[in-house]
Design a protein around this ligand. Structure first.
Ligand SMILES: Nc1ncnc2c1ncn2[C@@H]1O[C@H](COP(=O)(O)OP(=O)(O)O)[C@@H](O)[C@H]1O
Ligand SMILES: O=P(O)(O)OC[C@H](O)CO
Length: 500
């Protein structure tokens, strides 16, 4: 009996395989971290082959953890870190370079050059995205310009480009032996090469960025039977859903109606609001993106506030400063002091994303005095996540005209109760955690399960969603206003550090 659905969740820090039952409950999980490669300031790379090996390994371990055989899976979905850019040889399957991770800022100069040439507004209107180093189009351009022979090989049709979804799908379906080269529309909407109105590659932008069309995958819907897997670990199982991880979390959080909103607290934070069948152009520094497209149905769009560094700052305190040994220890350290001691941390490691879009910003710790301690730094680091989320929620409120008094939350950082309470306090809105916090993988499982009829309609998703914990705002307004004023001052201090 095929009574489970699997999801590959390939994130920035780790790869997971999760098995879900019909109620959306987690039956088994396996996870492996991969190396973060930092070749220089502002550069972040992953080894695509390591990610592929880890993906295969977690499939085996995840099925074992669930205690089921492969044949119990009705379908498998894929969800992935978005924008991270892979370019590989279609004959050998070898990447021509490490993947350029979404946080990588090495295309700053290209961004500045295109910015000077004008056309920024056109790009935003067509793709929903501001000109920024975050997206994959210019990362691909960098690889074509810097890897010896890459451009000629790409033009000859020997190289394939993809975000991690396309890379995994091609590998899962046979790689050099006829692998399927596709990407879903949510991932494609993050390349800055796709036209939001046509949902196809925009030939003018390809020309502008000097990208040969031959490298690009075919754009497919987020929920359809694309192919059956050809690797032994998943032999013959239908691959039936693909969603970028933040769109997957929106889907897994059952945010299926216009105005529904969630925030995912992981390496970065990503707040998405479902805006229904029409793309809404932001006037407040948010992105317009595709939320999902089920089969041949019309697409659903979202507004997104992307924050580059939230959990990554906790990792930085752990790995670069040695302030803690494990991420979760930050809560106890932050609780060792009653407040932030007037210390503010703006983690603009990759510039600042939404709503500022400042490539020229770099990290700042403001308000230091001789009094500041490890505890204050830990607290300021956690609060930075909440402050950045406030900036983005204000933009959402402005663009949507909605008050937003309740926010669904998920991701690794929601385990931190200090952060969740502070977040509710700062937003003046309740923060709601669902019973299943693996919403990203769940969203991909839903997309795959809907395609094969395991779930019948999206209403099944809504029926499965349940609130677990709710954090209510309790902070006096005057205190919130004081803190936000200090934060805004600190953010201004981060601007203009590098050319941008
Ligand atoms: N208790 C915690 N407090 C604060 N941060 C945490 C905690 N647990 C995990 N994190 C952070 O959450 C992130 C991992 O969350 P996850 O959703 O798995 O990330 P991703 O999908 O981006 O790989 C890491 O950056 C880690 O530092
Ligand atoms: O893998 P995550 O959860 O850090 O998400 C990364 C985003 O998709 C980047 O846009």
């Amino acid at each position: 009996m095929r009574d489970y659905v699997g999801a590959i969740d390939q994130g920035t820090t780790s790869s997971r395989f999760i098995v879900f039952d019909g109620e959306g409950g987690v039956v088994g999980v396996a996870q492996r971290e991969h190396e973060q490669i930092y070749p220089g300031p502002g550069m972040v790379e992953h080894d695509p082959l390591e990610i592929w090996r880890n993906t295969r390994a977690v499939i085996i371990d995840g099925l074992a953890a669930a205690g089921i055989s492969l044949h119990r899976l009705a379908a498998v979905g894929i969800t992935n870190q978005r924008e991270t850019t892979v370019l590989w040889d279609r004959h050998t399957g070898e990447p021509v370079h490490n993947a350029l991770v979404w946080q990588d800022t090495r295309v700053n100069d290209l961004v500045a050059a295109y910015g000077r040439d004008g056309g920024k507004d056109q790009l935003r209107a067509r793709t929903g995205l501001p000109l920024a180093s975050y997206f994959s189009g210019l990362k691909l351009r960098w690889l074509l310009d810097h890897v010896p022979d890459a451009r000629a090989r790409a033009e000859a049709g020997d190289l394939l480009f993809g975000n991690i979804d396309a890379w995994l799908m091609w590998r899962l379906t046979g790689g050099p032996e006829g692998g399927l080269h596709v990407t879903d529309v949510t991932n494609a909407s993050r390349t800055q090469l796709m036209n939001l109105a046509t949902l196809d590659w925009d030939l003018d932008i390809l020309r502008l960025f000097d990208i040969p069309a031959a490298v690009l995958p075919r754009i497919v819907s987020s929920s359809a039977v694309y192919a059956e897997a050809r690797i032994p670990e998943l032999r013959d199982i239908p691959l039936a859903g693909i969603l970028g991880d933040q769109q997957a979390a929106l889907f897994g959080q059952a945010c299926l109606a216009p105005g529904d909103i969630k925030n995912t607290y992981g390496t970065g934070c990503f707040m998405l609001m479902n805006t229904g069948g029409q793309p809404v152009q932001s006037r407040s520094g948010l992105l317009t993106t595709v939320a999902h497209r089920l089969g041949e149905e019309p697409p659903v769009y979202a507004l997104e506030g992307s924050i580059a560094v939230t959990g990554a700052l906790v990792q930085w305190l752990r790995d670069n400063l040695g302030l803690i040994n494990r991420s979760e220890e930050i809560e106890a350290l932050a609780r060792s002091v009653p407040d932030n001691g007037d210390v503010y941390f703006v983690p603009a490691f990759s510039g600042l994303y939404a709503p500022h879009w400042r490539e020229d910003a770099r990290g700042v710790i403001a308000g230091l005095t001789r009094f500041a301690s490890k505890g204050h730094l830990a607290r300021a680091a956690l609060e930075a996540t909440a402050f950045q989320t406030w900036d983005v929620l204000q933009a959402m409120r402005a663009d949507s005209g909605l008050a937003v008094t309740s926010l669904r939350a998920d991701g690794g950082m929601v385990a931190n109760e200090l952060l969740m309470q502070f977040q509710a306090d700062l937003l003046g809105a309740e923060v709601v955690l669902p019973t299943v916090t693996e919403t990203t993988a769940l969203g991909a499982a839903y997309a795959a399960g809907l395609a094969v009829g395991f779930w019948r309609t999206p209403a099944d998703i809504v029926a499965n969603w349940r609130a677990d914990r709710v954090f209510q705002p309790r902070m006096p307004v005057a205190e919130r206003t004081r803190l936000l004023g200090r934060w805004s001052k600190a953010v201004e201090r981060s601007f203009g550090w590098v050319e941008g």
